[in-house]
Each structure stands twice: as C-alpha cells, then as structure tokens.
Design a protein. Structure first.
Length: 370
C-alpha cells in the first residue's frame, strides 16, 4: 500500500467512526486513537476553547508521564503559543510549533519522563466559521513535521470539526424537542387539571355559602383550602415546566415566581448578569426549588437572594430565617428537592451546599462556572 493509499484508509476509518458516534468525548477519543495508531504521531490532546478564550483539556491519548502528571497539570496551566494564536484568530491551518511553554514547564519540573517529546503540531477544530478548539499531536525527537503530515492532520481536524458541529446541532434539536414537550405538558396541565381544581374551589366556596349546618360548612372550607393549596402547587409545577418570565430576565422571572408563592423576596446583585442560556436556566431552576423548599418547610414568608457574578463564575445564595434542618442527616439521605439542586449544579460543572441549624434558618450556596 502506498503512503497516499494509507492516508486515505486512515481518513476513511476515522470518518466511519465519526459518523457512527453520538457522544462527543467517546467520538473524539476514538478518532484520535485511530489517527495515532495509523500515523507516525505518537501522542495527542484536544482543547475546547470557549468564546471567552477559556481552554479545557477534553481528550488525551498516550501522554508521557511528564505531561500526564497530576491530572495533566502542565498541559492545563501556563502560557501556550497555540492557544494564544487560536484566541487571536491567527491560527488558520495545521502548523508546526517552534516551542511549547507547557511542555517546557513539564520538562523543567522534572515530574516524570517526557519520552523525548519537546514540540508538537497544532490545528484548529472548526466547521465553516465556527471554531471549537485545537487538536495537538506530537512525536518523540521531532521538532518539525512534514507538509504531508500536516496536510493529513488538517484533513482529520476538518472531519472532527464537522462531527463536533453535527453533535452540537443534534443536542440543540433534542433541547428544542424537550422544551416543546415541556410546553405541551404545561398546556395540558393548565387546560385540564388546573381548571378542574379551580372549579372545585368555586364549588366548595358555594357549598360554604349555601349550607346552614356548621359541620358541613367546615367540611367545605377544608375542601376549599386543600384545593387552593393544590392549585398553588399545580401553578408552580406549570412554571417549572415553562418559565414564562425568563425571557424578561433571570431576576424578573425569580421575582414573579416568588410572588406566585406569596413569598416576600429581596434580591441583591453584584456584577453583570450575562451568561449562557444553559447557566441562566440552571440558576432559575435551582432558585425555583429553593423557593419551593422555603414555602413548604421554612415556616417564613421572607427570603433573601444574593447573586455575585465574576468573570469566571456566579455565586447564588438563598437565605431564610426559618425552621432550619440537620444538614448532615439530609446529606446521607438527601430529599428529592436537595438532590435535584445538586444534580442541576453538577450538570454544568458547579456545586451546591447548605448551611443550616435547627431554629436558625437555612442558607443555600451554589457556585456555577460559565
């Protein structure tokens, strides 16, 4: 087999894998593994780089000890020519790296064998004008790679970029379908169960007014109260399925939701509220659950919310002076509400915790990166 035939075979294998996979990281891992096994490149790693220029190491293959040391510490930290060029939109195609500060730092730290890897090649991962990150590859005792090797690297990067775009589009379509299903459920609940509960409330009120016997009046009053509580719960559930106020801004949506729960809310904001839609919805959903918990368990009607936004993350604090609870006991067997908050925070790379004491209120602290 000639070298050209070999390259075509590698590209074909990688294309088949990229077309079959539906999960991002397994797809990139598999493609990089096939590329390394079929070429002279010996190790590789992929950075995703967001709109703010923040890089994240998402995939790595066959790294030497010096680069994999302490969770790839030296690959993740410090200056880097390729990342800087990518951020400045100066990296357009596969290129040799004259020097790599991150590799040099790992070698200088003497934390493990670097397998004679001192330089790497780099290529942007993109689809059309949309850029996602970098693919870096290296071989021992290699300072420069040939034009042919760089052309092959660029072809693989083009395939990866197209596959990344496809998965992003698929995820967006799934998210749209999920939102549509939530909207349908919200409409169904509003048009059926919500209206039935409202009718029961009116019937119970009429029963109170029409009856002359106190026992019957009291029964109708109990029915009216329970139905009114169920109606409030149902409206809260509809809100959770379809937050109508979120298009007017996060704070406005939170205030409207608190008002619906008859809670007196104070909001303190520090920093500029401008994050991705996924983070914004996560904050809203977590706050919803926190306000529901206050209404059901705290025994107070007043809540304070603090939102502190920095350049890299957002801190949400929800504070009440209610009954409080034993945090350690709930950590061992968390309630559905607590677990929901934890899961939502973890889903976007954040964390959630509580500070509480019986009779001294509760404070929820959530930190989310963006």
């Amino acid at each position: 087999m000639t070298k050209d035939q070999s390259n075509i075979a590698i590209l074909k294998e990688i294309a088949e894998l990229l077309n079959e996979e539906t999960e991002m990281i397994p797809m990139l891992n598999g493609a990089l593994s096939k590329f390394l096994s079929g070429t002279k490149f010996e190790t590789g790693w992929i950075f995703f780089i967001d709109e703010k220029g923040k890089s994240e190491l998402v995939v790595k293959q066959d790294l030497p000890d010096a680069l994999s040391h302490n969770g790839c510490h030296y690959l993740k930290k410090g200056g880097c020519w390729c990342v800087s060029r990518f951020r400045n939109e100066e990296l357009k195609k596969a290129s040799n790296i004259i020097e790599c500060q991150r590799i040099e730092s790992a070698i200088a730290a003497n934390v493990g064998d670097h397998n004679e890897i001192t330089h790497h090649a780099t290529v942007p991962l993109q689809s059309g004008q949309e850029r996602f990150g970098l693919l870096n590859v290296a071989s021992r005792n290699t300072v420069r790679f040939s034009d042919e090797e760089l052309d092959l690297l660029e072809s693989v990067a083009f395939q990866m970029g197209s596959a990344i775009k496809r998965i992003y589009l698929t995820n967006e379509q799934q998210e749209i379908a999920l939102v549509q299903e939530r909207n349908r459920l919200a409409r169904d609940l509003h048009d059926s169960v919500n209206q039935l509960l409202f009718s029961v409330t009116l019937t119970a009120r009429a029963g109170v007014e029409m009856s002359n016997e106190q026992d019957i009046k009291d029964t109708f009053k109990d029915i009216q109260q329970l139905t009114q509580e169920a109606l409030t719960e149902m409206r809260a559930l509809i809100w959770q399925l379809r937050p109508k106020g979120l298009e007017s801004g996060l704070i406005e949506a939170i205030k409207v939701y608190a008002e619906m729960l008859s809670l007196k809310l104070t909001v303190n904001v520090s920093g500029v509220i401008q994050f991705p839609s996924r983070v914004e919805e996560t904050l809203f959903r977590i706050t919803q659950e926190a306000l529901n918990n206050v209404r059901k368990h705290a025994g107070v009607k007043t809540v304070e919310i603090y939102l502190n936004v920095t350049a890299t993350d957002v801190l949400l604090v929800v504070n009440d002076t209610g009954h409080g609870f034993n945090v350690e006991a709930h950590r061992r067997i968390p309630s559905i509400g607590m677990q929901s908050i934890i899961d939502r925070a973890h889903a976007v790379g954040g964390n959630a915790d509580w500070v509480s004491e019986i009779g001294k209120g509760t404070e929820l602290l959530v930190r989310l990166p963006y």
